[in-house]
Design a protein around this ligand. Structure first.
Ligand code: NAD
Length: 283
């Protein structure tokens, strides 16, 4: 069932993490085109300034923010509310990827991926929802998961684990708000398949303290890079479809229609007691 829709974005405030590249940059452009004011956050400060420069002079604030650090995300929320007094759209979008078989992923791989992809979203929810509960105007939280949060593929165990976590976290957030009869905060979870962005080069922003030592990663990285580069929808398409989903009050936003078959396949395997079939790579 759809939630109540939120479609009048003019003069409203959007906070976007991972805004220096890919989906985050395109979400910023879509939000700016709708007349929104923006709070843009990323670990990559110079690329964030480039994003801001692409927005035609809209009212915006840029903040260097590592979403895996709760204090950085608290500061992001404090900045957004101090500057604008309300937040109407929160995109918990920043994410990273590292590859390799589950047994070969290093403790640093796990810490990095879960720190950014899972705890980044947790920090966003914990820093913003209490403030959104206090504001009278409607708000909507959009968590970027992935098709990898609804299916399971080889060579991406840590990434899939982080994205399945984002899906269930989003579902639980929806239930928690409904259980407390909160009507003015909506939730969506975005689950795209492969799209050409900077994600295959996510290691560019990996902290030295969590550097990769996984000897198996390179072979998988090439495979993922080819899959990402061959994605048929662009980051701009994903941003447009995401705004349409918010406007329609959709909880699950699956931009790749053909990919739905892999979700059905997984559910059938679960319900029929089979071992999971490997979903074909769908773009
Ligand atoms: N591109 C795809 O095929 C695809 C598919 C499904 C889901 N996703 C998800 O989409 C989201 C956006 O990724 P993208 O594809 O645009 O990749 P991208 O690499 O182009 O953008 C990701 C952004 O996140 C930023 N970032 C990385 N670590 C950060 C941190 N600790 N704190 C703050 N910002 C950080 C990066 O600097 C970058 O600007 C991610 O959550 C990713 O997992 C991507």
């Amino acid at each position: 069932m759809n939630q109540s829709s939120h479609s009048d974005f003019f003069d409203k405030i959007a906070v976007i993490t991972g805004a220096s590249s890919g989906f985050g940059r395109e979400l910023a452009k879509q939000a700016a085109a709708r007349g929104m004011k923006l709070v843009l956050a990323d670990v990559d400060g110079p690329a964030l300034a480039e994003t801001a420069g692409m927005l035609g002079g809209v009212d915006s604030v840029c903040l260097r923010c590592d979403v895996s650090n709760p204090d950085d995300v608290k500061e992001l929320a404090e900045t957004a509310y101090a500057e604008y007094g309300a937040v109407h759209l929160l995109f918990n979008n920043a994410g990273v990827m590292a590859t390799g078989p589950v047994w070969a992923s290093t403790p640093e791989d796990w810490q990095w991926i879960l720190g950014v992809n899972l705890m980044g979203v947790v920090h966003g929810i914990q820093s913003f929802v209490p403030r959104m509960l206090e504001q009278s105007e409607p708000a909507h939280i959009i968590n970027t998961a992935s098709l990898a949060g609804l299916t399971s593929v080889n060579g991406s165990g840590a990434y899939c684990a982080s994205k399945h976590s984002v899906v269930t976290l989003s579902e639980c957030l929806h239930h928690d708000l409904a259980q407390q009869a909160v009507k003015h905060i909506g939730v969506s979870v975005l689950c795209p398949a492969f799209v050409p962005t900077g994600i295959a080069d996510a290691g560019r922003n990996r902290p030295d303290s969590l550097a990769s030592t996984n000897p198996d990663a390179a072979a998988y990285e090439d495979k993922v890079r080819k899959a990402v580069e061959s994605g048929r929808l662009s980051a701009a398409d994903i941003a447009r479809i995401t705004f349409e989903g918010i406007e329609a009050g959709q909880f699950y936003i699956l931009p790749h229609k053909a990919a739905r078959v892999s979700v059905t396949m997984r559910m059938e395997d679960i319900l029929e007691g089979r071992a999971p079939r490997d979903p074909s790579v769908i773009r």
